[in-house]
Design a binder for this molecule. Structure first.
Ligand SMILES: [Zn+2]
Length: 103
């Protein structure tokens, strides 16, 4: 084992691939139900396609490079997401030495 753990905030290829499996399973299920409804092939004969799709995504996921991967253990639970503490601009955080009172 290489100790890989998926990080939802990471944008490396492997983490992105692991996020594709849910939508692809839902799309495949929809296609299989359509095939069941409009062709002579029932869901009882076509369900292994779901396993093939899951296996293909897993294969792509584990062959995807880890370039730029941010490990979960490198960021604490309260740490800002990668890209800086304030990537979208906006108001700067209040300074510690001053109390701002309204009123
Ligand atoms: Zn990653």
């Amino acid at each position: 084992m290489n100790g890989y753990r998926r990080n939802r905030t990471c944008s490396c290829a492997r983490c992105r691939c692991s996020g594709y499996i849910g939508p692809l399973v839902l799309i495949t299920l929809g296609v299989l139900f359509l095939v069941d409804q409009y062709t002579m092939y029932g869901i009882g004969r076509t369900w292994p396609i779901l396993l093939i799709v899951i296996g293909t995504v897993k294969l792509l996921q584990w062959n995807a490079p880890l370039t730029g991967h941010v490990d979960v253990s490198q960021i604490g639970p309260g740490a800002p997401p990668p890209g800086g503490p304030n990537p979208g601009g906006g108001a700067p955080p209040p300074s510690d030495g001053q109390q701002v009172s309204n009123g």
